[in-house]
Design a protein around this ligand. Structure first.
Ligand code: NAI
Ligand code: MG
Length: 502
């Protein structure tokens, strides 16, 4: 399977490409040992795209062994950081070269608008890899003076074999967030993509090989969460698990990781608030508030899904927000350049949103906009109207639970105290946004919000140079920025005795 058992596919936008369908283990393309497959679905048409190999417990075991061998192989273990950086640079360059194909696959498989895949996601992938390429020869320790008889120094070592379990909302970008720092620090990886979006990462695997990474440094095994994911999270020879996905699955992963005390990084759910104070610049707040929940079909862990507006500006905000939804949120074919919102990734996600719409109505909230599947020309696809609820109280499930769709609640508050209490009144603490022109209020409120990230006068303005992650039940650990290196390296202290006798 030199080519990954590639099949030639032509996407709806006319782009033709070889799509690998195998498991990428030890630098080779192999078939699933149990002959299982995952059929990838186009969420715009509900039609199958192609079936790919799905890994079993044995395949994960093979991939972990390959990663362990690569970790101990001098070609990787002793490779100078500068050269690891060059490999990452080469990979980033290949992503740029192949970005139209990668973006095409991403849009076909996930449903996100092609303009977003191409201009946002692929830039994020290459940018993140390049950022960590620069760090590869800058991961070093300290010299620590103690007494005249002794000094110590620290070195930063890779953690080892890292299992990475990624979600379907930003398939390649989430892979890059995890691969960049892991490889910069000299780890080896077994990556399990989400079963809803297995395709783009297989094409990317060939770029990893072309960039020149030694075999086994990066292994990519598609498979089901309950089988391949579970096998990876509970594997006794895996040193770390990094996961992005639901809080419920993260809890299972934490439990499984306990078997051999794996290092963990978890990036999970959210119900991020966006606060608009009376003194905010209204137009700016409306634009960011719309993008903060409606972008990427609302399938963003940091989506600002609870908008809190101060009473004095509430009616004006509502009117402008609804207008923004009507003017900007065009729902339809993700390959059409006029589309803002494509289909949800799967029927399960569409059904989940529909359920929450019923819940919101049953709880007595006011459905201001949307609330229905969006009819399309072909009558197929997982399309939903952008949905807005008001009249929401903090006890309601639609105020507390992550929906993960173009679904927002807008509530009114009177005082700063009340806004902070509403912000902090959920189990989550991922993102948050504050709109005000008052400098001191902005920073005061930013400190009081329980969240891993606060955006002042923007929303979801994520950046690979800046740490990303959550508090409370939104996660453990940080990705991106220099903080991302800590998740993938461990400090060894070496004590040097100069002359003292015991
Ligand atoms: P999920 O958390 O179950 O899946 C995410 C990843 O974990 C996938 O690769 C999946 O195969 C894997 N996985 C699932 N069960 C596993 C297990 N027992 N052991 C090891 N790996 C396992 O999320 P799902 O079902 O795709 O979506 C459900 C909800 O999760 C969404 O509606 C959303 O609320 C949330 N979610 C949050 C994301 C985020 O970015 N924080 C991304 C995806 C989903
Ligand atoms: Mg799909």
């Amino acid at each position: 399977m030199a080519d990954g058992c590639a099949v030639q596919l032509t996407a709806p936008n006319g782009v033709t490409f070889p799509q690998p369908t195998g498991l990428f283990i030890g630098g080779q393309w192999v078939k699933s040992s149990l002959g299982k497959t995952i059929t990838s679905i186009d969420p715009s048409t509900e039609k199958p795209i192609v079936a790919v190999q799905a890994g079993s417990v044995k395949d994960i075991d093979d991939a972990v062994s390959a990663a362990r061998r690569a970790l101990q192989d001098p070609s990787w273990r002793d490779l100078p950081g500068t050269e690891r950086g060059q490999l990452l640079h080469r990979l980033a360059g290949l992503v740029d070269e192949h970005k139209e194909t990668l973006a095409t696959i991403e849009t076909w498989d996930n449903g996100k608008p092609y303009s977003v895949s191409l201009n946002e996601d692929m830039g994020e992938v290459a940018g993140t890899l390049r950022y960590y390429a620069g760090f590869a020869d800058k991961v070093f320790g300290q010299v620590i003076e103690t007494t005249a008889d002794k000094f110590a120094y620290t070195i930063r070592e890779p953690i080892g074999v890292c299992g990475q379990i990624i979600p379907w909302n930003y398939p390649l970008a989430m892979a890059a967030w995890k691969l960049g720092p892991a490889l910069a620090c000299g780890n080896t990886v077994v990556l399990k993509p989400a079963e809803q979006t297995p395709l783009s990462i297989l094409y990317f695997a060939n770029l990893v090989r072309q960039a020149g990474f030694p075999p086994g440094v990066v292994n990519i095994v598609n498979g089901f969460g309950a089988e391949a994911g579970k096998a990876l999270a509970s594997h006794e020879d895996v040193d770390k698990i990094a996961f992005t996905g639901s809080t419920a699955t993260a809890k299972d992963i934490m439990r499984m990781a306990a078997s051999n005390l794996k290092n963990i990084t978890l990036e999970t759910g959210g119900k991020s608030p966006l606060v608009v104070f009376d003194d905010a610049e209204l137009e700016n707040a409306v634009e960011w508030a719309h993008a903060g929940i409606m972008s990427n079909q609302g399938q963003i862990c940091t989506a600002t899904s609870r908008i809190l507006v101060q009473a004095g500006i509430f009616d004006q905000f509502m009117e402008a927000f609804k207008k923004q939804v009507r003017n900007v949120s065009t729902v339809g074919d993700p390959f059409d350049s006029n589309t803002f919102q494509g289909p949800q990734v799967s029927k399960a996600q569409l059904d989940r949103i529909k359920d929450f719409i019923s819940v919101g109505k049953a709880e007595g909230a006011n459905l201001e906009m949307g609330g229905q599947p969006q009819a399309t020309a072909g009558g197929k696809g997982y399309f939903i109207q952008p949905t807005v609820f008001t009249g929401v109280n903090p006890q309601m499930r639609i105020f507390q639970e992550e929906v993960f769709g173009p679904f927002v609640t807008i509530s009114k508050f009177e005082s700063e105290e009340e806004a902070v209490a509403l912000c902090n009144g959920t189990q989550y603490g991922l993102g948050s946004a504050v709109f005000t022109t008052n400098l001191t209020k902005a920073h005061r409120v930013a400190r009081r919000i329980e969240a891993g990230m606060v955006w002042i006068n923007s929303s979801n303005d994520s950046d690979w140079r800046i740490p990303f992650g959550g508090v409370k039940q939104s996660g453990i650990g940080r990705e991106l920025g220099e903080a991302g290196l800590e998740a993938y390296s461990t400090v060894k202290a070496i004590h040097v005795n100069m002359r003292s006798k015991l």
